[in-house]
Design a protein. Structure first.
Length: 420
């Protein structure tokens, strides 16, 4: 349990707040590269800051203030050129470093003026990796964007799905280190939602947590399993500050502001062996709905939709002063302790846990659990189909088990890649 003041400290993400400063030490995924096949400018709200992400005609991404420094026009209605973004109101133009590079009227009446040098627009670092566009809003020198090992896997069909979540980021991330919820929120609730009354899923007989360089891993053991079982051997990872890696998909909980979160899911599906070699040119993206328009209620059919029901159900910002933690919540306590240590580290000018600055170490970051061996070996078609049927058993015929709403063109591309 936290006090109200502690809860505020953990959940406020604005610039100058302890958590806002901690979060600004890490890169955050904010868009898919393929979104910019169709658009060149996108408004973004990130940690309470209103920004505009653009890709100019030269292919360079920029992330600048939503408002033009001239008279505050909305830069998301600007337009891009070979280099930079131009405000639609009076044509001032800026490059990705924020430098003003043109002021058409001022330039013509006073070509020698140095006015341009005095009016940069706020600009942040932006870069691409794994089909995602990443932003860094912290001080220099910026760390590296981690090359998590699944980013380097081959023979896979990847996709990126976003959802807009109307609650604070931390309650989403606390779900990343919550082993027991699988039994209830996913297994038993899915059974009840399907109209059955039982039997309930096997109960947990043991959970354990361990720390590693970038966060925590947890193992869970069910009553019908022993320690040779996959659930026990392959820990699920809660990576600092806002990332969850259960198996071969990532879930980032990107803080939009104190009351909103962008859920970013990056999923890798290894193709069956008979579809090798498979090479994907571009990683497609989609936006997943979370509300059922027919009822106005949250969608409950898919795994991450179920998680979403739990997150938003805790309130816009969970009132942690009213909670009662038990032994199943040990992971949540570990995460909070680490975040507290990291807020202190940042206040003292040190790096928080999990910051990567060494290029050599970032070629491929191996994660605990021999994941490479498990996921790169691949499966023969029969075994692959068996696993796929198991993963999609709650929504048979659906090709994506995590979120509802996979668009037909991605379904088709997936089917082609895996030979369905
Ligand atoms: S407000 Fe942007 S150029 Fe005038
Ligand atoms: Fe879950």
């Amino acid at each position: 349990m936290l006090t109200e003041q502690e809860n505020e400290r953990f959940t406020r993400v604005g610039r100058g707040t302890p958590m806002g400063e901690l979060l600004r030490r890490y890169w955050h995924p904010i868009a898919a590269e393929t979104e910019f096949d169709d658009i060149s400018i996108k408004p973004i709200r990130l940690m309470g800051e209103d920004l505009v992400l653009y890709r100019d005609e030269g292919g360079t991404f920029g992330l600048v203030d939503r408002h033009c420094p001239h008279r505050r026009a909305d830069m998301s209605y600007g337009f891009v050129e070979e280099c930079g973004i131009r405000c639609n109101y009076h044509g001032w133009k800026f490059d990705e470093t924020g430098r003003c590079i043109a002021q058409p009227f001022e330039d013509s009446v006073n070509p020698n003026s140095r006015f341009k040098d005095q009016v940069p627009i706020t600009a942040y670092r932006v870069a691409t990796k794994a089909g995602l566009v990443w932003a860094y809003l912290g001080p220099e020198p910026a760390p590296l964007i981690p090359t998590w090992e699944p980013f380097t896997y081959d023979n896979g069909f990847c996709q990126i799905a976003f959802s807009d979540i109307p609650c604070n980021w931390l309650q989403c991330q606390e779900n990343s280190i919550d082993p027991v919820h699988f039994e209830w929120l996913h297994n038993n609730w899915s059974m009840v939602l399907s109209g059955q009354k039982g039997p309930y899923a096997p109960t947990h007989k043991k959970i354990s947590f361990e720390e590693f360089d970038y966060g925590f891993g947890y193992h869970r053991l069910l009553e019908n399993e022993d320690e040779t079982n996959f659930n026990w051997l392959l820990q699920r990872l809660c990576i600092l500050p806002n990332l969850f890696l259960p198996r071969t998909h990532f879930e980032w909980r990107v803080p939009v502001d104190d009351e909103k979160t962008l859920s970013v899911v990056w999923n890798y599906t290894r193709v069956p062996r008979d579809c090798e070699p498979y090479k994907q040119d571009k990683i497609p993206y989609w936006y997943a709905p979370i509300t059922d328009p027919a009822t106005g209620r949250w969608i409950t059919s898919h795994v991450i939709n179920q998680d979403t029901v739990a997150w938003v159900g805790q309130g816009t910002v969970a009132e942690r002063n009213l909670e009662h933690l038990g032994r199943g919540d040990r992971g949540v306590i570990m995460l909070r302790r680490q975040l507290e240590l990291d807020m202190q580290a940042v206040a003292e000018g040190r790096d928080p846990k999990g910051i990567i600055r060494d290029e050599a170490a970032n070629v491929c970051i191996d994660l605990p659990g021999n994941r490479r061996e498990l996921f790169l070996a691949g499966l023969e078609r029969e075994d692959w189909l068996r696993q796929f049927a198991l993963a999609t058993k709650n929504n048979p015929g659906d090709y994506f088990s995590l979120l509802v709403g996979q668009p037909p063109h991605i379904r088709e591309a997936f089917a082609k890649a895996v030979g369905l």
